[in-house]
Design a protein. Sequence first.
Length: 255
Amino acid sequence: MVELKTAPEIEKMRAAGRIVARTLAAVRKAAHVGVTLAELDGVARGVLHGAGATSPFLGYRPRFAPVPFPAVVCASVNDAIVHGIPDGYRLRDGDLVSIDCGAKLAGWVGDAAVSFTVGRARPEDQRLIETSEAALAAGISAAVPGNRIGDIAHAVGTVCRAAGYGVPDGFGGHGIGRRMHEDPGVPNEGLPGRGMKLRPGMVLAIEPMLIAGGTDDYRCDGDGWTLRTVDGTRAAHSEHTVAITGRGPRILTAL
């Protein structure tokens, strides 16, 4: 069931989204060579606490997970695609890092992700990151009333495939509101003109995930959470929470 949000409710989601944006910016600023992923999670916890927000990630346990998620951000490095658990790994020069973060404020949730490199960026990594951002922008542009979920999926997938990248099978975006994951699902590949019609008041988390090697395959680490590329190539992840309005898409997790 899809819950349409009122204008005041979208404003409340925007407040949560601003906190997500500030948290991601703070984590990115702190991500230097030698800093641990656990320390980055600590930075995020500080921003959330200071804003009076809680984390929808911390303690989250979907059906596939053997244990609740133990952190407030997902920190995925190099060949990790998504859902990386922050630990004692120290960042190295040239690492490709994806940080996914959520915030819950006054009962409403925001969710976004960003990928970046630490230190000297490899040209191939920069291209991968830029393509993930372009795919996200294309998906957002398609999030207008009268279009369908398939139009968003097709826009995202077209950018990814044209660049020669893989798209992890079965993973994509989602509806969002009072809970982090709501209906409908938003695939990262699909047919235009198919699926649920988009209406004002729908709020979606659109999140391209790209695999540099071109395969769609992934594997799960022993922690039951971290997804990695099978071929060992690097991955990137970009995400925004987006409200569908009569005046076009509105990004709720932008600074």
